[in-house]
Design a protein. Structure first.
Length: 645
Protein backbone atom coordinates (compact mmCIF):
# COMPACT_ATOMS: atom_id res chain seq x y z
CA UNK A 1 0.00 0.00 0.00
CA UNK A 2 1.47 3.33 -1.05
CA UNK A 3 0.90 6.80 0.28
CA UNK A 4 -2.17 8.43 -1.21
CA UNK A 5 -3.01 12.07 -1.76
CA UNK A 6 -6.55 13.42 -1.68
CA UNK A 7 -6.64 16.17 -4.32
CA UNK A 8 -10.03 17.52 -3.27
CA UNK A 9 -8.70 18.38 0.16
CA UNK A 10 -5.07 19.30 -0.54
CA UNK A 11 -4.39 18.15 3.01
CA UNK A 12 -3.91 15.01 4.97
CA UNK A 13 -5.24 14.59 8.46
CA UNK A 14 -3.81 15.63 11.77
CA UNK A 15 -3.53 14.05 15.17
CA UNK A 16 -6.22 12.78 17.48
CA UNK A 17 -4.04 13.68 20.42
CA UNK A 18 -3.17 17.04 21.94
CA UNK A 19 0.35 18.24 21.15
CA UNK A 20 0.88 19.68 24.60
CA UNK A 21 -0.95 20.10 27.88
CA UNK A 22 -1.85 23.75 27.17
CA UNK A 23 -2.93 23.14 23.58
CA UNK A 24 -6.51 24.40 23.25
CA UNK A 25 -9.21 22.14 21.83
CA UNK A 26 -10.59 23.58 18.60
CA UNK A 27 -13.18 20.87 17.93
CA UNK A 28 -14.32 17.45 19.07
CA UNK A 29 -15.28 14.82 16.49
CA UNK A 30 -16.99 11.64 17.67
CA UNK A 31 -15.61 12.23 21.15
CA UNK A 32 -12.03 12.79 19.98
CA UNK A 33 -10.46 16.18 20.69
CA UNK A 34 -8.61 18.04 17.92
CA UNK A 35 -5.95 20.43 19.28
CA UNK A 36 -5.58 23.91 17.89
CA UNK A 37 -1.93 23.25 16.94
CA UNK A 38 -2.94 20.41 14.62
CA UNK A 39 -5.66 22.46 12.95
CA UNK A 40 -3.33 25.45 12.47
CA UNK A 41 -0.56 23.29 11.02
CA UNK A 42 -2.86 21.81 8.37
CA UNK A 43 -4.73 25.07 7.74
CA UNK A 44 -1.51 26.97 7.02
CA UNK A 45 -0.18 24.13 4.87
CA UNK A 46 -3.42 24.07 2.92
CA UNK A 47 -3.28 27.85 2.38
CA UNK A 48 0.21 27.56 0.92
CA UNK A 49 -0.91 24.85 -1.50
CA UNK A 50 -4.06 26.54 -2.77
CA UNK A 51 -4.05 28.82 -5.81
CA UNK A 52 -7.11 30.57 -4.35
CA UNK A 53 -6.77 30.31 -0.55
CA UNK A 54 -9.90 29.37 1.36
CA UNK A 55 -11.43 31.43 4.11
CA UNK A 56 -11.03 30.11 7.63
CA UNK A 57 -14.73 29.21 7.74
CA UNK A 58 -14.55 27.30 4.44
CA UNK A 59 -11.50 25.38 5.58
CA UNK A 60 -13.04 24.60 8.98
CA UNK A 61 -16.07 23.05 7.26
CA UNK A 62 -13.83 20.97 4.98
CA UNK A 63 -11.72 19.94 7.97
CA UNK A 64 -14.83 18.76 9.84
CA UNK A 65 -15.84 16.55 6.91
CA UNK A 66 -12.32 15.20 6.73
CA UNK A 67 -12.32 14.32 10.43
CA UNK A 68 -15.71 12.62 10.05
CA UNK A 69 -14.25 10.39 7.33
CA UNK A 70 -11.29 9.51 9.52
CA UNK A 71 -13.68 8.69 12.36
CA UNK A 72 -15.54 6.36 9.99
CA UNK A 73 -12.26 4.70 8.94
CA UNK A 74 -11.40 4.06 12.58
CA UNK A 75 -14.93 2.81 13.23
CA UNK A 76 -14.41 0.22 10.50
CA UNK A 77 -10.98 -0.66 11.98
CA UNK A 78 -9.12 0.19 8.78
CA UNK A 79 -6.13 1.07 10.99
CA UNK A 80 -5.83 -2.60 11.98
CA UNK A 81 -5.18 -3.88 8.44
CA UNK A 82 -1.79 -5.56 8.23
CA UNK A 83 -0.80 -3.58 5.11
CA UNK A 84 -1.68 -0.31 6.84
CA UNK A 85 0.28 -1.22 9.98
CA UNK A 86 3.32 -2.26 7.93
CA UNK A 87 3.21 0.96 5.91
CA UNK A 88 2.95 3.11 9.03
CA UNK A 89 5.83 1.32 10.74
CA UNK A 90 8.04 1.94 7.71
CA UNK A 91 7.05 5.59 7.43
CA UNK A 92 7.59 6.11 11.15
CA UNK A 93 11.12 4.76 10.81
CA UNK A 94 11.88 6.80 7.70
CA UNK A 95 10.52 9.98 9.26
CA UNK A 96 12.52 9.45 12.46
CA UNK A 97 15.84 8.82 10.71
CA UNK A 98 17.00 12.47 10.53
CA UNK A 99 16.16 12.96 14.22
CA UNK A 100 18.02 9.84 15.26
CA UNK A 101 21.13 10.43 13.13
CA UNK A 102 24.30 11.31 15.01
CA UNK A 103 25.94 13.76 12.59
CA UNK A 104 29.07 14.03 14.69
CA UNK A 105 29.59 10.28 14.59
CA UNK A 106 28.95 10.12 10.84
CA UNK A 107 31.37 12.97 10.26
CA UNK A 108 34.00 11.13 12.31
CA UNK A 109 33.64 8.12 10.00
CA UNK A 110 33.90 10.38 6.96
CA UNK A 111 37.00 12.07 8.39
CA UNK A 112 38.54 8.67 9.10
CA UNK A 113 37.92 7.59 5.49
CA UNK A 114 39.43 10.85 4.26
CA UNK A 115 42.53 10.39 6.43
CA UNK A 116 42.95 6.86 5.08
CA UNK A 117 42.56 8.15 1.52
CA UNK A 118 45.61 10.38 1.95
CA UNK A 119 47.86 7.32 2.22
CA UNK A 120 48.58 4.02 0.54
CA UNK A 121 49.44 1.20 2.91
CA UNK A 122 51.38 -1.99 2.35
CA UNK A 123 49.04 -4.87 3.26
CA UNK A 124 49.93 -8.39 4.36
CA UNK A 125 47.33 -10.99 5.28
CA UNK A 126 46.59 -14.66 5.84
CA UNK A 127 43.06 -15.58 4.81
CA UNK A 128 40.89 -18.54 5.84
CA UNK A 129 37.75 -18.90 3.72
CA UNK A 130 34.20 -19.14 4.98
CA UNK A 131 32.00 -22.02 3.91
CA UNK A 132 28.25 -22.49 3.25
CA UNK A 133 28.46 -24.90 6.20
CA UNK A 134 28.22 -23.13 9.57
CA UNK A 135 30.30 -25.87 11.15
CA UNK A 136 33.10 -25.50 8.59
CA UNK A 137 33.01 -21.71 9.01
CA UNK A 138 33.41 -22.10 12.78
CA UNK A 139 36.34 -24.44 12.12
CA UNK A 140 37.94 -21.83 9.83
CA UNK A 141 37.57 -19.22 12.59
CA UNK A 142 39.14 -21.59 15.11
CA UNK A 143 42.03 -22.29 12.72
CA UNK A 144 42.57 -18.54 12.25
CA UNK A 145 42.73 -18.15 16.05
CA UNK A 146 45.37 -20.90 16.22
CA UNK A 147 47.48 -19.35 13.45
CA UNK A 148 47.33 -15.97 15.18
CA UNK A 149 48.56 -17.57 18.42
CA UNK A 150 51.50 -19.05 16.54
CA UNK A 151 52.30 -15.62 15.07
CA UNK A 152 52.16 -13.93 18.47
CA UNK A 153 54.63 -16.53 19.73
CA UNK A 154 57.16 -15.76 16.98
CA UNK A 155 55.82 -17.74 14.03
CA UNK A 156 56.99 -16.71 10.55
CA UNK A 157 54.20 -14.79 8.77
CA UNK A 158 55.44 -15.60 5.25
CA UNK A 159 55.69 -19.33 5.96
CA UNK A 160 52.24 -19.48 7.53
CA UNK A 161 50.75 -17.47 4.65
CA UNK A 162 52.26 -19.85 2.12
CA UNK A 163 50.94 -22.86 4.05
CA UNK A 164 47.43 -21.77 5.08
CA UNK A 165 46.22 -18.66 3.20
CA UNK A 166 43.61 -19.29 0.51
CA UNK A 167 44.51 -16.00 -1.21
CA UNK A 168 47.03 -17.44 -3.65
CA UNK A 169 47.73 -14.06 -5.22
CA UNK A 170 49.46 -13.02 -2.00
CA UNK A 171 50.29 -16.27 -0.21
CA UNK A 172 53.14 -17.05 -2.59
CA UNK A 173 54.57 -13.62 -1.82
CA UNK A 174 54.70 -13.93 1.95
CA UNK A 175 51.09 -12.76 2.28
CA UNK A 176 51.98 -9.41 0.72
CA UNK A 177 49.14 -7.81 -1.26
CA UNK A 178 51.17 -4.77 -2.25
CA UNK A 179 50.08 -1.23 -1.52
CA UNK A 180 46.33 -0.71 -1.24
CA UNK A 181 44.11 2.35 -1.21
CA UNK A 182 41.09 3.00 0.97
CA UNK A 183 37.56 2.38 -0.21
CA UNK A 184 38.31 -0.88 -2.01
CA UNK A 185 38.17 -3.39 0.84
CA UNK A 186 35.71 -4.20 3.64
CA UNK A 187 35.89 -1.55 6.34
CA UNK A 188 37.17 -3.84 9.11
CA UNK A 189 39.98 -5.08 6.84
CA UNK A 190 40.84 -1.58 5.71
CA UNK A 191 40.88 -0.16 9.24
CA UNK A 192 43.19 -2.91 10.44
CA UNK A 193 45.56 -2.37 7.48
CA UNK A 194 45.71 1.39 8.06
CA UNK A 195 46.01 1.39 11.85
CA UNK A 196 48.49 -1.44 12.47
CA UNK A 197 52.07 -0.49 13.21
CA UNK A 198 54.67 -2.04 10.87
CA UNK A 199 55.05 -5.71 11.80
CA UNK A 200 52.12 -5.67 14.26
CA UNK A 201 49.68 -8.61 14.10
CA UNK A 202 45.97 -7.82 14.02
CA UNK A 203 43.04 -9.41 15.78
CA UNK A 204 41.01 -11.80 13.62
CA UNK A 205 39.23 -9.63 11.03
CA UNK A 206 36.02 -11.03 9.55
CA UNK A 207 34.91 -10.12 6.03
CA UNK A 208 32.09 -11.51 3.89
CA UNK A 209 34.62 -13.88 2.29
CA UNK A 210 36.50 -15.16 5.29
CA UNK A 211 38.74 -14.52 8.29
CA UNK A 212 41.94 -12.50 7.97
CA UNK A 213 45.07 -12.05 10.05
CA UNK A 214 46.87 -8.89 8.97
CA UNK A 215 50.43 -7.70 9.52
CA UNK A 216 51.15 -4.01 9.50
CA UNK A 217 53.21 -2.63 6.63
CA UNK A 218 54.71 0.60 5.35
CA UNK A 219 52.76 3.76 4.52
CA UNK A 220 53.33 6.22 1.71
CA UNK A 221 51.45 9.28 0.42
CA UNK A 222 48.47 8.47 -1.81
CA UNK A 223 49.12 8.94 -5.51
CA UNK A 224 45.52 9.33 -6.65
CA UNK A 225 44.42 7.66 -9.87
CA UNK A 226 45.80 7.42 -13.39
CA UNK A 227 44.48 6.86 -16.89
CA UNK A 228 46.74 4.90 -19.24
CA UNK A 229 46.69 2.95 -22.46
CA UNK A 230 48.94 -0.01 -23.20
CA UNK A 231 50.07 -2.49 -25.81
CA UNK A 232 50.54 -6.00 -24.42
CA UNK A 233 52.30 -9.11 -25.68
CA UNK A 234 51.28 -12.07 -23.53
CA UNK A 235 53.90 -14.51 -22.21
CA UNK A 236 52.32 -17.70 -20.78
CA UNK A 237 53.82 -19.01 -17.52
CA UNK A 238 54.78 -22.21 -19.39
CA UNK A 239 56.62 -20.32 -22.15
CA UNK A 240 59.98 -21.74 -23.20
CA UNK A 241 63.12 -19.66 -23.27
CA UNK A 242 62.76 -19.39 -27.04
CA UNK A 243 59.14 -18.19 -26.72
CA UNK A 244 60.10 -15.65 -24.08
CA UNK A 245 62.89 -14.33 -26.28
CA UNK A 246 60.51 -14.06 -29.24
CA UNK A 247 57.98 -12.12 -27.14
CA UNK A 248 60.74 -9.76 -25.98
CA UNK A 249 61.88 -9.20 -29.56
CA UNK A 250 58.29 -8.49 -30.64
CA UNK A 251 57.62 -5.96 -27.88
CA UNK A 252 60.95 -4.22 -28.61
CA UNK A 253 59.99 -3.97 -32.29
CA UNK A 254 56.61 -2.47 -31.37
CA UNK A 255 58.30 -0.08 -28.94
CA UNK A 256 60.64 1.17 -31.69
CA UNK A 257 57.62 1.78 -33.95
CA UNK A 258 55.82 3.71 -31.20
CA UNK A 259 58.88 5.87 -30.45
CA UNK A 260 59.31 6.61 -34.14
CA UNK A 261 55.67 7.69 -34.43
CA UNK A 262 53.88 8.22 -31.06
CA UNK A 263 50.66 8.98 -32.94
CA UNK A 264 50.58 5.34 -34.08
CA UNK A 265 50.18 4.04 -30.48
CA UNK A 266 46.42 3.44 -30.59
CA UNK A 267 46.45 1.93 -34.08
CA UNK A 268 49.23 -0.46 -33.04
CA UNK A 269 47.29 -1.37 -29.89
CA UNK A 270 44.22 -2.25 -31.99
CA UNK A 271 46.31 -4.31 -34.39
CA UNK A 272 48.91 -5.98 -32.18
CA UNK A 273 47.92 -5.95 -28.48
CA UNK A 274 47.06 -9.34 -26.96
CA UNK A 275 44.72 -7.54 -24.53
CA UNK A 276 41.85 -7.52 -27.00
CA UNK A 277 39.42 -5.80 -24.60
CA UNK A 278 41.50 -2.65 -24.27
CA UNK A 279 42.94 -3.08 -27.76
CA UNK A 280 39.55 -2.30 -29.28
CA UNK A 281 39.72 1.03 -27.41
CA UNK A 282 43.20 1.83 -28.70
CA UNK A 283 44.74 0.23 -25.59
CA UNK A 284 42.86 2.49 -23.16
CA UNK A 285 42.13 1.12 -19.66
CA UNK A 286 39.76 2.50 -17.05
CA UNK A 287 41.00 4.89 -14.36
CA UNK A 288 42.75 2.97 -11.57
CA UNK A 289 44.40 3.61 -8.24
CA UNK A 290 47.21 1.98 -6.31
CA UNK A 291 46.93 -1.77 -5.87
CA UNK A 292 44.39 -2.22 -8.65
CA UNK A 293 47.00 -3.38 -11.18
CA UNK A 294 49.79 -5.92 -10.88
CA UNK A 295 53.33 -4.82 -10.23
CA UNK A 296 55.37 -3.47 -11.85
CA UNK A 297 52.62 -2.24 -14.21
CA UNK A 298 51.17 -0.23 -11.28
CA UNK A 299 54.41 1.52 -10.35
CA UNK A 300 55.40 2.16 -13.95
CA UNK A 301 52.04 3.79 -14.72
CA UNK A 302 52.25 6.20 -11.77
CA UNK A 303 55.93 7.00 -12.42
CA UNK A 304 55.29 8.29 -15.95
CA UNK A 305 54.60 11.91 -16.80
CA UNK A 306 51.40 12.65 -18.71
CA UNK A 307 51.87 11.66 -22.40
CA UNK A 308 55.15 9.88 -21.58
CA UNK A 309 55.63 6.38 -23.01
CA UNK A 310 57.36 3.68 -20.93
CA UNK A 311 60.05 1.26 -21.93
CA UNK A 312 58.69 -2.31 -22.19
CA UNK A 313 57.54 -3.42 -18.72
CA UNK A 314 57.44 -7.10 -17.71
CA UNK A 315 54.57 -8.32 -15.49
CA UNK A 316 53.37 -11.78 -14.58
CA UNK A 317 51.17 -11.71 -17.68
CA UNK A 318 53.73 -10.57 -20.24
CA UNK A 319 55.22 -7.40 -21.71
CA UNK A 320 53.57 -3.96 -21.76
CA UNK A 321 54.24 -0.61 -23.37
CA UNK A 322 52.39 2.04 -21.37
CA UNK A 323 51.40 5.60 -22.22
CA UNK A 324 50.06 7.80 -19.44
CA UNK A 325 47.08 9.88 -20.55
CA UNK A 326 45.99 11.68 -17.37
CA UNK A 327 46.22 11.70 -13.58
CA UNK A 328 44.02 12.83 -10.69
CA UNK A 329 45.04 13.78 -7.17
CA UNK A 330 43.28 12.06 -4.24
CA UNK A 331 39.73 13.34 -3.68
CA UNK A 332 39.20 16.29 -1.35
CA UNK A 333 37.12 15.90 1.81
CA UNK A 334 34.17 17.61 0.11
CA UNK A 335 34.44 15.30 -2.91
CA UNK A 336 34.85 12.19 -0.80
CA UNK A 337 32.08 12.82 1.75
CA UNK A 338 29.03 11.90 -0.40
CA UNK A 339 30.80 8.75 -1.60
CA UNK A 340 31.57 7.63 1.95
CA UNK A 341 28.07 8.41 3.21
CA UNK A 342 26.63 6.37 0.35
CA UNK A 343 28.83 3.42 1.28
CA UNK A 344 27.93 3.74 4.97
CA UNK A 345 24.21 3.67 4.06
CA UNK A 346 24.69 0.25 2.42
CA UNK A 347 23.82 -2.56 4.89
CA UNK A 348 26.72 -4.56 3.39
CA UNK A 349 29.21 -2.01 4.75
CA UNK A 350 30.58 -2.73 8.25
CA UNK A 351 30.05 0.92 9.20
CA UNK A 352 26.30 0.51 8.69
CA UNK A 353 26.26 -1.70 11.79
CA UNK A 354 28.60 0.67 13.62
CA UNK A 355 26.16 3.54 13.05
CA UNK A 356 23.31 1.38 14.35
CA UNK A 357 25.34 0.33 17.39
CA UNK A 358 26.15 3.97 18.09
CA UNK A 359 22.43 4.76 17.94
CA UNK A 360 21.52 1.89 20.28
CA UNK A 361 24.20 2.98 22.73
CA UNK A 362 22.75 6.51 22.81
CA UNK A 363 19.20 5.21 23.15
CA UNK A 364 20.19 2.89 26.01
CA UNK A 365 21.46 5.88 27.96
CA UNK A 366 18.52 8.09 27.05
CA UNK A 367 15.77 5.56 27.76
CA UNK A 368 17.57 3.50 30.41
CA UNK A 369 17.45 0.26 28.45
CA UNK A 370 19.19 -2.90 29.64
CA UNK A 371 19.08 -6.66 29.36
CA UNK A 372 18.37 -8.76 32.43
CA UNK A 373 21.61 -10.69 32.09
CA UNK A 374 20.92 -12.90 35.13
CA UNK A 375 17.64 -14.20 33.73
CA UNK A 376 19.02 -14.51 30.21
CA UNK A 377 22.01 -16.52 31.49
CA UNK A 378 19.62 -18.86 33.30
CA UNK A 379 17.51 -19.33 30.17
CA UNK A 380 20.65 -19.93 28.06
CA UNK A 381 21.84 -22.60 30.50
CA UNK A 382 18.65 -24.57 29.90
CA UNK A 383 18.77 -23.95 26.14
CA UNK A 384 22.35 -25.24 25.96
CA UNK A 385 21.13 -28.54 27.34
CA UNK A 386 17.92 -28.98 25.35
CA UNK A 387 18.23 -26.70 22.31
CA UNK A 388 15.25 -24.79 20.93
CA UNK A 389 12.01 -26.27 19.56
CA UNK A 390 8.28 -25.58 19.37
CA UNK A 391 7.69 -26.99 22.86
CA UNK A 392 10.12 -24.50 24.38
CA UNK A 393 8.50 -21.71 22.38
CA UNK A 394 5.07 -22.65 23.75
CA UNK A 395 6.47 -22.45 27.30
CA UNK A 396 8.02 -19.08 26.45
CA UNK A 397 4.63 -17.76 25.34
CA UNK A 398 2.91 -18.86 28.54
CA UNK A 399 3.23 -16.30 31.40
CA UNK A 400 2.50 -19.12 33.87
CA UNK A 401 5.62 -20.98 32.69
CA UNK A 402 8.69 -19.24 31.22
CA UNK A 403 6.75 -16.36 29.67
CA UNK A 404 6.63 -14.25 32.82
CA UNK A 405 10.43 -14.01 33.12
CA UNK A 406 11.82 -10.51 32.59
CA UNK A 407 14.47 -10.42 29.87
CA UNK A 408 14.95 -6.64 29.54
CA UNK A 409 13.79 -3.23 30.71
CA UNK A 410 13.28 0.09 28.94
CA UNK A 411 12.87 2.77 31.57
CA UNK A 412 10.16 1.53 33.94
CA UNK A 413 8.74 -0.91 31.39
CA UNK A 414 9.57 -4.56 31.88
CA UNK A 415 9.89 -6.77 28.79
CA UNK A 416 8.96 -10.40 29.44
CA UNK A 417 9.98 -13.52 27.58
CA UNK A 418 6.34 -13.93 26.43
CA UNK A 419 6.40 -10.47 24.81
CA UNK A 420 9.57 -11.39 22.95
CA UNK A 421 8.30 -14.86 21.93
CA UNK A 422 5.17 -13.32 20.41
CA UNK A 423 7.36 -11.40 17.91
CA UNK A 424 9.34 -14.37 16.53
CA UNK A 425 8.57 -17.67 14.89
CA UNK A 426 9.40 -20.86 16.82
CA UNK A 427 13.04 -21.75 16.27
CA UNK A 428 14.13 -25.38 15.90
CA UNK A 429 17.85 -25.54 16.73
CA UNK A 430 18.94 -28.88 18.27
CA UNK A 431 22.54 -27.79 18.88
CA UNK A 432 22.52 -26.24 22.36
CA UNK A 433 25.44 -23.86 21.91
CA UNK A 434 24.13 -22.54 18.61
CA UNK A 435 20.59 -22.29 20.03
CA UNK A 436 21.78 -20.26 23.03
CA UNK A 437 23.77 -17.96 20.74
CA UNK A 438 20.75 -17.38 18.47
CA UNK A 439 18.42 -16.84 21.44
CA UNK A 440 20.68 -14.20 22.93
CA UNK A 441 21.06 -12.52 19.53
CA UNK A 442 17.31 -12.37 18.99
CA UNK A 443 16.67 -11.04 22.49
CA UNK A 444 19.27 -8.33 22.00
CA UNK A 445 17.61 -7.42 18.70
CA UNK A 446 14.26 -7.18 20.50
CA UNK A 447 15.73 -4.76 23.04
CA UNK A 448 17.12 -2.65 20.19
CA UNK A 449 13.68 -2.50 18.55
CA UNK A 450 12.09 -1.61 21.89
CA UNK A 451 14.56 1.24 22.34
CA UNK A 452 13.78 2.55 18.86
CA UNK A 453 10.05 2.32 19.61
CA UNK A 454 10.63 4.33 22.80
CA UNK A 455 12.45 6.96 20.76
CA UNK A 456 9.59 7.14 18.25
CA UNK A 457 7.22 7.76 21.15
CA UNK A 458 9.54 10.42 22.55
CA UNK A 459 9.76 12.16 19.18
CA UNK A 460 5.97 12.11 18.87
CA UNK A 461 5.60 13.75 22.26
CA UNK A 462 8.40 16.28 21.91
CA UNK A 463 8.95 17.13 18.23
CA UNK A 464 5.94 18.97 16.69
CA UNK A 465 7.20 18.60 13.10
CA UNK A 466 7.62 14.86 13.51
CA UNK A 467 4.23 14.53 15.17
CA UNK A 468 2.43 16.60 12.54
CA UNK A 469 3.98 14.77 9.58
CA UNK A 470 3.34 11.35 11.09
CA UNK A 471 -0.30 12.18 11.81
CA UNK A 472 -0.65 13.73 8.38
CA UNK A 473 0.52 10.54 6.72
CA UNK A 474 -1.47 8.23 9.00
CA UNK A 475 -4.80 9.92 8.62
CA UNK A 476 -4.23 10.60 4.94
CA UNK A 477 -3.80 6.88 4.36
CA UNK A 478 -6.92 6.16 6.43
CA UNK A 479 -8.85 8.72 4.41
CA UNK A 480 -7.75 7.09 1.18
CA UNK A 481 -8.78 3.62 2.36
CA UNK A 482 -12.15 4.90 3.59
CA UNK A 483 -12.81 6.77 0.32
CA UNK A 484 -11.79 3.69 -1.68
CA UNK A 485 -14.22 1.57 0.33
CA UNK A 486 -17.17 3.97 0.41
CA UNK A 487 -16.90 5.78 -2.94
CA UNK A 488 -14.30 4.84 -5.54
CA UNK A 489 -14.35 1.04 -5.50
CA UNK A 490 -18.07 1.00 -4.84
CA UNK A 491 -18.79 3.14 -7.90
CA UNK A 492 -16.38 1.22 -10.12
CA UNK A 493 -17.87 -2.19 -9.24
CA UNK A 494 -21.57 -1.35 -8.82
CA UNK A 495 -22.82 -1.93 -12.38
CA UNK A 496 -26.44 -2.05 -11.28
CA UNK A 497 -26.06 1.22 -9.39
CA UNK A 498 -24.38 2.87 -12.39
CA UNK A 499 -27.12 1.66 -14.71
CA UNK A 500 -29.87 2.89 -12.40
CA UNK A 501 -28.14 6.25 -12.06
CA UNK A 502 -27.80 6.57 -15.85
CA UNK A 503 -31.43 5.68 -16.45
CA UNK A 504 -32.54 8.22 -13.83
CA UNK A 505 -30.38 10.99 -15.34
CA UNK A 506 -30.43 10.03 -19.02
CA UNK A 507 -31.30 13.53 -20.14
CA UNK A 508 -28.06 14.87 -18.61
CA UNK A 509 -25.89 12.82 -20.98
CA UNK A 510 -26.06 14.27 -24.49
CA UNK A 511 -23.75 14.55 -27.48
CA UNK A 512 -23.33 17.52 -29.79
CA UNK A 513 -22.59 15.15 -32.70
CA UNK A 514 -23.94 11.69 -33.58
CA UNK A 515 -21.73 8.71 -32.69
CA UNK A 516 -21.32 5.42 -34.52
CA UNK A 517 -21.33 2.28 -32.37
CA UNK A 518 -20.19 -1.16 -33.54
CA UNK A 519 -17.12 -3.35 -34.02
CA UNK A 520 -14.36 -2.11 -36.31
CA UNK A 521 -12.80 -5.08 -38.14
CA UNK A 522 -9.54 -5.07 -40.07
CA UNK A 523 -8.53 -8.22 -41.98
CA UNK A 524 -5.71 -9.47 -44.17
CA UNK A 525 -8.08 -10.29 -47.10
CA UNK A 526 -11.73 -10.64 -48.11
CA UNK A 527 -11.89 -14.33 -47.21
CA UNK A 528 -10.75 -13.68 -43.63
CA UNK A 529 -13.13 -10.72 -43.40
CA UNK A 530 -16.04 -12.98 -44.42
CA UNK A 531 -15.11 -15.59 -41.82
CA UNK A 532 -14.84 -12.90 -39.13
CA UNK A 533 -18.26 -11.51 -40.07
CA UNK A 534 -19.78 -15.00 -39.72
CA UNK A 535 -18.06 -15.48 -36.36
CA UNK A 536 -19.26 -12.14 -35.01
CA UNK A 537 -22.85 -13.15 -35.62
CA UNK A 538 -22.36 -15.88 -33.03
CA UNK A 539 -20.75 -13.54 -30.44
CA UNK A 540 -23.00 -12.52 -27.55
CA UNK A 541 -20.61 -10.94 -25.06
CA UNK A 542 -17.05 -9.73 -24.50
CA UNK A 543 -15.82 -13.23 -23.68
CA UNK A 544 -17.04 -14.43 -27.06
CA UNK A 545 -15.34 -11.49 -28.76
CA UNK A 546 -12.11 -12.26 -26.90
CA UNK A 547 -12.22 -15.89 -28.06
CA UNK A 548 -12.83 -14.81 -31.67
CA UNK A 549 -9.88 -12.40 -31.52
CA UNK A 550 -7.69 -15.25 -30.33
CA UNK A 551 -8.93 -17.46 -33.19
CA UNK A 552 -7.95 -14.87 -35.81
CA UNK A 553 -4.82 -13.52 -34.15
CA UNK A 554 -2.41 -12.19 -36.79
CA UNK A 555 -5.14 -12.36 -39.45
CA UNK A 556 -7.68 -9.84 -38.19
CA UNK A 557 -8.27 -7.25 -35.46
CA UNK A 558 -11.66 -6.47 -33.84
CA UNK A 559 -12.31 -3.43 -31.67
CA UNK A 560 -15.51 -2.11 -30.16
CA UNK A 561 -15.93 1.56 -31.13
CA UNK A 562 -18.06 4.52 -30.12
CA UNK A 563 -16.87 7.47 -32.19
CA UNK A 564 -18.01 10.71 -33.74
CA UNK A 565 -16.94 11.95 -37.15
CA UNK A 566 -13.28 12.94 -37.38
CA UNK A 567 -11.92 10.50 -34.78
CA UNK A 568 -10.97 7.62 -37.10
CA UNK A 569 -10.43 7.79 -40.92
CA UNK A 570 -11.75 4.24 -41.45
CA UNK A 571 -14.94 5.01 -39.52
CA UNK A 572 -15.30 8.27 -41.43
CA UNK A 573 -15.00 6.37 -44.73
CA UNK A 574 -17.56 3.66 -43.85
CA UNK A 575 -20.16 5.78 -42.03
CA UNK A 576 -19.67 9.46 -42.79
CA UNK A 577 -18.70 9.32 -46.49
CA UNK A 578 -15.01 10.04 -46.04
CA UNK A 579 -12.26 9.04 -48.48
CA UNK A 580 -10.98 5.44 -48.49
CA UNK A 581 -7.85 4.91 -46.40
CA UNK A 582 -5.04 2.40 -46.02
CA UNK A 583 -4.84 0.92 -42.49
CA UNK A 584 -1.72 1.82 -40.54
CA UNK A 585 -0.92 -1.88 -40.18
CA UNK A 586 -0.06 -2.74 -43.78
CA UNK A 587 -0.85 -6.45 -43.41
CA UNK A 588 -4.54 -5.50 -43.17
CA UNK A 589 -6.08 -4.67 -46.54
CA UNK A 590 -9.81 -4.90 -45.75
CA UNK A 591 -11.88 -3.13 -43.11
CA UNK A 592 -15.57 -2.83 -42.18
CA UNK A 593 -17.82 -2.05 -39.22
CA UNK A 594 -19.95 -4.92 -37.97
CA UNK A 595 -23.57 -3.97 -37.21
CA UNK A 596 -22.97 -0.21 -36.97
CA UNK A 597 -25.48 2.00 -35.17
CA UNK A 598 -25.64 5.75 -35.59
CA UNK A 599 -26.72 7.21 -32.23
CA UNK A 600 -27.83 10.75 -31.53
CA UNK A 601 -27.51 10.19 -27.75
CA UNK A 602 -25.99 7.55 -25.44
CA UNK A 603 -27.89 4.30 -25.71
CA UNK A 604 -26.70 2.57 -22.52
CA UNK A 605 -24.64 3.38 -19.45
CA UNK A 606 -21.55 1.81 -21.00
CA UNK A 607 -21.63 4.43 -23.79
CA UNK A 608 -20.70 7.11 -21.23
CA UNK A 609 -19.41 4.93 -18.40
CA UNK A 610 -16.59 7.25 -17.29
CA UNK A 611 -18.92 10.24 -17.00
CA UNK A 612 -21.58 8.24 -15.19
CA UNK A 613 -18.96 6.76 -12.84
CA UNK A 614 -17.69 10.24 -11.94
CA UNK A 615 -21.21 11.53 -11.29
CA UNK A 616 -22.15 8.41 -9.35
CA UNK A 617 -19.02 8.81 -7.21
CA UNK A 618 -20.10 12.37 -6.42
CA UNK A 619 -23.51 11.07 -5.37
CA UNK A 620 -21.97 8.39 -3.16
CA UNK A 621 -19.59 10.98 -1.66
CA UNK A 622 -22.50 13.30 -0.86
CA UNK A 623 -24.59 10.47 0.63
CA UNK A 624 -21.62 9.31 2.68
CA UNK A 625 -20.96 12.76 4.13
CA UNK A 626 -24.62 13.21 5.03
CA UNK A 627 -24.58 9.83 6.73
CA UNK A 628 -21.42 10.73 8.69
CA UNK A 629 -23.00 13.95 9.95
CA UNK A 630 -25.89 12.02 11.42
CA UNK A 631 -23.75 9.25 12.92
CA UNK A 632 -20.83 11.15 14.46
CA UNK A 633 -21.29 14.26 16.62
CA UNK A 634 -19.09 17.31 15.97
CA UNK A 635 -18.61 20.20 18.38
CA UNK A 636 -16.62 23.28 17.26
CA UNK A 637 -15.14 25.69 19.79
CA UNK A 638 -15.86 28.91 17.91
CA UNK A 639 -13.93 30.97 20.45
CA UNK A 640 -10.73 29.03 19.78
CA UNK A 641 -11.38 28.93 16.03
CA UNK A 642 -11.38 32.74 15.94
CA UNK A 643 -7.88 32.78 17.41
CA UNK A 644 -6.47 31.02 14.36
CA UNK A 645 -4.44 33.42 12.21
Amino acid sequence: MKRKHIAALSIIAGSILCAAAKDEIIMTVNGVDVPRSEFEYLYHKNQQQQVDPQSLEEYAEMFKIYKLKVADALDHKLDTMSAFIKEMDQYKQDLATPYMTDSLYLNSLVKEAYDFSREEVEAFHIMLAKSPSDQETRQAKAQADSIRSVLLNGGDFAELAAKFSVDRASSNNGGRMGYIVSGRFPYAFEKAAYTLAPGQISEIVESPQGFHILKGGKHRPARGTVLVEHIMKMVPPTATAEQQAAAKATIDSIYNAVVANPNSFEDLARELSDDKGSGRQGGKLNWFGAGMMVEPFDSASFALEVNEISLPVKSQYGWHIIRKLDAKAPASLAELKPQVLKRIANPQDDRYDLVDKNLISRLQKKHKGMLNEKNIDALCSEIKVNGLDSTWHARALDPAQLGGIEIARVGKNSITLAEWAATVRPMVIPDGEEAAYEFRRYVNHHLENSLKAAEYDWLYANEPDYRNLLNEYREGSLLYEASLREVWDKAAKDNDGLTDYFNAHKDEYKWTKPHVKGILVQATNDSVASLVRTGLREVSDDNGLKALKKQFVGKASMDRILMEEGQNPMVDNVIFGGDPVTPNNKKYTVYFIFEPKLLEAPETMTDVRSLVTSDYQNKLEKDWVESLKTRYPVKVNEKVLKKVK
